[in-house]
Design a protein around this ligand. Structure first.
Ligand code: ARG
Length: 469
């Protein structure tokens, strides 16, 4: 009979047992479950609910079970139902009747919440560390490529020249917010539900502040009913995971196309690519594609839990058991994606020779020329029109001669035909590099401004690293 079997006359159907059981996946939280029980029994003894001797026997029994699980000596079965009862029934088996005192002033409803919160807290810190590492890699690459000019796109069309370092710093900001989101999530969930019991607290003289402190939580949760039925900290974690996976996916997508022979902006290291089983020449950016693809499952985990929670009345419902696999999956996926992505990024070399060819296409400096005219008193709308006509002039010349013609190649004669005020001298230095160098408004792409962004990024990262040391 199960631990709760007193009022039952029949055994559970075997098929029902298996359907009901969560032990096959929630055993991942055995450490957290044991930590929660140890803290609980310490509190029970301090409050005079169990004796010090009973406490010590229970703790020794639990530590023994922890070791047995670690050593793979325990094979859980459907009969164990979940990790909470799996451990408790083993405890009773091993230390006898005194083990039956552990579940005083506690329910699985608060117990499971303690386990998941402790588990998520631990995984948040692991993932945070990986994200911090990723940010360090990004800063190093941004520094290396702070002067390297490349093509900036809008609508997947050549737009304006920027530096490679500038792109790195754009993603730096996204992952910075991902880390901040994790910190927020951690801060909000850092409350201990233990002692909420089934839904309404207990008549026993417990000390919830003590268990909260013992388990490293900021404080106990305020309302027992909320504590056993709230899963929104899990949803916050899954949302943070989804947003961060979206960032990884976007950049992975860029890597895949920058790596294509059409672009050849960069080369992904051999160690992060795979070959084809039929086409001998192939080197495929599989890691970039997998990183892009993995976002799908994490979004799925979020959608699944949102859907599970929707329409569940207060307080605990068995539906909530469906929360764990998605959480585990999202944590595993997010963690490994950040790690793989950092490695790939670190080993990637940008091919400046190839990028150079692309800089000659698409009149990347057109906006800079228009701004230059605006600085000389021509209203920007008019300047925009003038440069548009310069572009047309270049295109006409290219058609006529079959040779490349950029804005900086237009002669004084060409220019005066576009607008009588124009001359080469008046336009000044409109080479791509000069244009990038002059874009030094706050947040702009110029190398000096990117250096400022890198310095600010370093300062932030130092603080973020120190926060959890
Ligand atoms: N395995 C359960 C879960 O994951 C533990 C809580 C069970 N509580 C209950 N009253 N049936 O949600």
């Amino acid at each position: 009979m199960a631990l709760w079997g007193g009022r039952f006359q029949k055994e559970m159907d075997q098929m029902v047992k298996e359907f009901n059981a969560s032990i096959f996946f929630d055993q991942r939280m055995y450490n957290e479950d044991i930590d929660g029980s140890v803290a609980h029994v310490k509190m029970l003894s301090k409050c005079g609910i169990v004796s010090n001797e009973e406490r010590d026997q229970i703790i020794a029994g639990l530590e023994n079970i922890r070791k047995e699980i670690q050593d793979g000596e325990i094979q859980f079965r459907a009969e164990d139902e979940d990790i909470h009862m799996g451990i408790e029934s083993r405890l009773i088996e091993e230390i006898g009747d005194v083990g039956k005192k552990l579940h005083t002033a506690r329910s699985r409803n608060d117990q499971v919440q303690v386990d998941v919160r402790l588990y998520v807290k631990r995984r948040i810190l692991e993932i945070r560390e990986q994200l911090i590492h990723l940010e360090n890699v990004i800063l190093r690459q941004a520094e290396k490529y702070q002067d390297a000019v490349t093509v900036g796109f809008t609508h997947i069309q050549h737009a304006q020249p920027i530096t490679v370092g500038f792109i790195f710093m754009a993603y730096f900001q996204m992952f910075k917010r991902d880390i901040e989101r994790l910190d927020d999530c951690l801060e909000r969930m850092d409350l201990c539900p233990l002692g909420s019991c089934a839904l309404a607290g207990t008549t026993l003289p417990i000390d919830r502040h003590m268990t909260a402190e013992e388990l490293g939580f900021r404080a106990p949760t305020e309302n027992a009913m909320d504590s056993v039925s709230d899963r929104d900290y899990e949803l916050e974690f899954l949302s943070a995971a989804s947003i961060s996976m979206m960032h990884i996916s976007r950049w992975a997508e860029e890597f895949a196309w920058w790596n294509s022979s059409e672009f050849s902006f960069l080369e992904i290291d051999d160690s992060y690519c795979t070959g084809s089983s039929i086409m001998p020449q192939k080197k495929n950016p599989d890691m970039a594609e997998l990183l892009r693809g993995k976002s799908g499952r994490v979004y799925g985990d979020l959608m699944q839990l949102l859907t599970v929670m929707k329409g569940t009345p207060l307080a605990y419902n068995k539906d909530f058991q469906e929360d764990k696999e998605g959480i585990f999956d999202a944590a595993d996926t997010w963690f490994s994606c950040v790690r793989i992505f950092s490695g790939m990024l670190e080993k990637t070399e940008f091919r400046m020779d190839q990028i150079q060819k692309h800089l000659k296409q698409g009149f990347l400096n057109a906006t800079d020329v228009a701004e230059h005219l605006a600085k000389q008193g021509i209203p920007f709308r008019e300047a925009h029109n003038i440069v548009g006509r310069m572009v047309r002039c270049c295109e006409d010349k290219m058609k006529e001669t079959g040779k490349d013609c950029q804005l900086e190649d237009l002669t004084d004669e060409d220019l005066s035909q576009v607008d009588s005020r124009l001359s080469k001298e008046m336009l000044g230095d409109i080479r791509i590099e000069a244009c990038v160098g002059a874009r030094n408004s706050f947040g702009g792409t110029s190398p000096s401004e990117v250096r400022r962004q890198i310095q600010a990024g370093k300062r932030w990262l130092d603080e973020a690293e120190a926060d959890y040391e």
